[in-house]
Design a protein around this ligand. Structure first.
Ligand SMILES: Nc1ncnc2c1ncn2[C@@H]1O[C@H](COP(=O)(O)OP(=O)(O)OP(=O)(O)O)[C@@H](O)[C@H]1O
Length: 721
């Protein structure tokens, strides 16, 4: 190296180190500021809104992102011999083959140009035929890359979906995430859209990053090999350092100016989920909305949600406009100019002998130079393209961080809910005001407290020992409940609305956690709940009766099924609907009373120890209701009934009464006495109901007779005198 070159290299090294130090200092200052802001924000947030969009993307892109990605990748590729790993290797192989083919084609292109400059028709035809021969496998490889990418995305999606569904349906997690936890607003969207978007983005990014890395490595090696051949050209040795500086400057500029795409797309996905949820609600409640002509309310709400989504999408599009412009300027035009300068260096600084293998046809070596130029230009263009993809994938990585966070949060919430660790935010309005104003609820438990009550499996009895009834929001409905229910009891449960009757069932069945005390109860299959609106599952009439069994698990034949339908006076629908194997949309084609009777048919099929009947005969006529109760009792099923109908009192032996203020009584039910008391109460009520009208008439009569309000007695007295 001559002294000028040495000085130049020193200046370059010092300035690069200086730039690096300044960059590191600025990054550190930025990190400190961000940390301060974050801790301040944490102090401000009172609710536990753990939605992925609330996470700062810078944080998500660092340690947290890599941790989350590692956890998910272990699910995607559980073993080296799994199908997803084999597909990954196939995908890598196609990408690598494509890179080698690109280099080969760049050289072939150079040979074609050289033969043209030399006016050598034979070489030209030979190069063209090789080009066409190579085009065939090259086209296949191009298509194979997409094929392998799509197959890999599908394999990843299937693995993750299977894993998530298993977790979702384990330990009643599907109930817990929506009822006992508030971290996932729309688990349906997490399970479908989010998984799909995540796996597609991941595989796309994988090929978008892997191929450019191969390209850069192999093209650099190719270019270096070409540089080595040009021993007489000056200024080529500085090219790698100059390249490094240009690439770092571009990367730093883009990173600094890049909007927070991860946070932006995560928020967009959240808003999309909320919009879809609103549509689902309209479909589920279409009949009620149509009855009230309430579509204006729904329409306005859905438009509002759509506008919020549109605003977010529009924001992303606008941010992308300026960012892509910057990207294009730096990586297309600026790099192109730099590339041309680098290519020009060996041509302009060459001072060796004439480069030609054909001193007669091309004494100045023009064809060789043109060939070298074409190859270098093609290689540099491919290299620049690869680098552009690596750098521009920064925003895709940021987006991937957003999707990763959503999927990871979903899996984490599923896992925690299945282990009874819940996080529930207090209910707030959009403005952030607390909405809870239940007048009859006296106390509120600290949210997110661990459920420390004991559940002990008993042989037959239900024994509650100081068990509180606490809603998932932390409202204490009953502070302590202690009672014993044995299978020969039939318990009537009454009390005002919202006093905790249905909640008692949820506690007994184990849907809500028990925060203290002890609950002895038989195994869950000993209970069968029939709600006011029984769930009609998809499938045949037979499936409705034996739910949740499937046809394969059914343990009764058709005659017995007809007998069961007879018990609920519903045998006529078999013929009407076309047999036990008829498939219908049962939710829509049956009347309210028929659905309730079909629901009740299930207890005659399953014959549980305890039937939990939650106002499930409100649409059934009183005589049929009575028959059903008698038949169920004859089968030895213990009935726990929530009802407001006195007609059902006669079928029960005990009464559990809540007063709505947290107090309760449990006693033997004396139906006759109770009916007498009720009759007397109703008589007095009807007498009292007439009193205001009598008083009103009396006032009118006094006015007509010209008597003052207090004159009545006195006047009569004076008349008499
Ligand atoms: N999933 C839930 N999350 C939070 N609070 C709930 C939930 N379900 C019910 N609650 C609250 O628990 C209280 C008791 O509800 P429950 O359903 O037990 O009432 P109920 O006595 O059966 O009333 P009704 O006669 O109207 O059916 C109510 O204040 C209700 O708002």
């Amino acid at each position: 190296m001559n002294p000028i070159q040495t000085r130049r290299a020193k200046i370059l090294a010092i300035s690069s180190s200086f730039a690096l130090i300044i960059y590191l200092i600025r990054r550190y200052r930025r990190y400190v500021i961000l940390k301060k802001r974050q801790s301040f924000a944490n102090r401000q947030v009172t609710t536990t809104s753990n939605t992925p969009s609330a996470l700062p993307i810078k944080k998500a892109l660092n340690k947290q992102f890599f941790h989350q990605l590692r956890v998910i990748v272990r699910i995607l590729i559980p073993r080296l011999r799994s199908d997803s790993f084999l597909l990954l290797i196939t995908h890598l192989a196609t990408l690598l083959t494509r890179t080698f083919l690109s280099i080969y084609i760049a050289h072939l292109d150079g040979a074609i140009v050289k033969s043209l400059v030399q006016r050598n028709a034979r070489d030209f035809l030979r190069a063209i035929s090789i080009f066409l021969t190579v085009a065939l496998p090259a086209s296949f490889i191009n298509s194979a890359i997409r094929f392998a990418e799509s197959k890999l995305a599908l394999a990843f999606r299937s693995k993750l979906t299977r894993y998530a569904y298993e977790a979702y349906f384990r330990n009643q997690t599907y109930f817990r995430v929506t009822n006992l936890d508030s971290r996932l607003l729309t688990p349906d969207q997490n399970l479908t859209d989010d998984i799909e978007t995540f796996t597609t983005t991941l595989t796309h990014l994988f090929s978008h990053l892997t191929k450019p890395f191969f390209d850069v490595a192999i093209i650099s090696w190719s270019l270096i090999a070409m540089v080595r051949q040009r021993k007489n050209a000056r200024g080529l040795k500085e090219v790698p350092a100059m390249l490094a500086v240009i690439i770092s400057v571009t990367f730093m500029a883009l990173r600094r100016l890049s909007p927070h795409f991860g946070k932006l797309v995560s928020e967009e996905a959240r808003r999309r989920g909320v919009l879809r949820f609103a549509h689902t609600r309209v479909i589920a409640n279409a009949e009620e909305i149509a009855f009230f002509d309430g579509h204006e309310v729904e329409k306005n709400w859905i438009f509002k949600l759509y506008d919020q989504l549109r605003e977010q999408t529009s924001l992303i599009i606008t941010k992308k406009l300026w960012f892509i412009m910057l990207e294009q300027f730096l990586m297309k035009y600026f790099w192109h100019a730099c590339g041309m300068v680098f290519i020009a260096i060996p041509f302009l600084t060459y001072d060796g002998p004439a480069e030609t293998d054909d001193p007669i046809g091309d004494p100045l070596g023009i064809s060789t130079r043109t060939e070298a130029f074409t190859i270098s230009k093609n290689l540099l263009a491919s290299g620049a393209d690869a680098l552009e993809r690596i750098i521009s994938s920064y925003k895709e990585i940021a987006e991937l961080a957003g999707h990763t966070n959503r999927v990871y949060t979903m899996l984490n919430v599923f896992d925690e809910c299945s282990h009874e660790h819940y996080q529930k935010a207090s209910v707030t309005t959009h403005e952030g005001h607390h909405e809870h104003a239940l007048s009859n609820i006296k106390k509120k438990m600290t949210l997110n407290q661990r459920a420390e009550g004991q559940i002990i499996e008993s042989e037959r009895d239900i024994i509650a020992d100081n068990v509180p009834i606490i809603t998932p929001n932390g409202d204490i409905i009953v502070e302590s409940l202690s009672l014993t229910i044995t299978p020969n009891m039939h318990v009537l449960i009454t009390g005002p609305n919202g006093c905790g009757k249905s909640s008692f069932f949820r506690i007994v069945r184990g849907l809500w956690p028990i925060y203290s005390g002890r609950l002895h109860r038989p195994k869950p299959s000993s209970f069968f709940l029939i709600p006011q609106r029984p769930y009609m599952c998809p499938g045949t009439l037979r499936d409705q009766i034996i739910y949740p069994h499937t046809a394969n698990q059914a343990f009764v034949d058709d005659n017995e099924l007809m007998e069961i339908l007879n018990n609920v006076e519903l045998q006529q629908i078999v013929q009407r609907e076309g047999g036990l194997n008829a498939e219908r949309d049962w939710k829509d084609i049956l009347s309210g009373g028929e659905k309730q009777r079909l629901g009740l048919a299930r207890i005659f099929y399953h014959k549980p120890k305890y039937a939990l009947l939650d106002e499930c005969t409100s649409a059934v006529s009183i005589d049929v209701e009575g028959k059903i109760y008698e038949r169920a009792k004859a089968l030895g099923i213990s009935l726990l009934t929530i009802t407001h109908r006195p007609s059902l009192w006669a079928y029960h032996t005990h009464l559990l009464q809540f007063d709505g203020d947290g107090r309760w009584t449990f006693e033997v039910l004396n139906t006759e006495k109770r009916l007498t008391l009720k009759g007397e109460k109703e008589r007095l009520e009807s007498q009292l109901a007439g009193v205001p009208e009598i008083q009103q008439r009396l006032t009118e009569l006094r006015q007509l007779l010209g008597e003052g309000p207090e004159e009545n007695g006195q006047n009569e007295d004076s008349d008499g005198d």
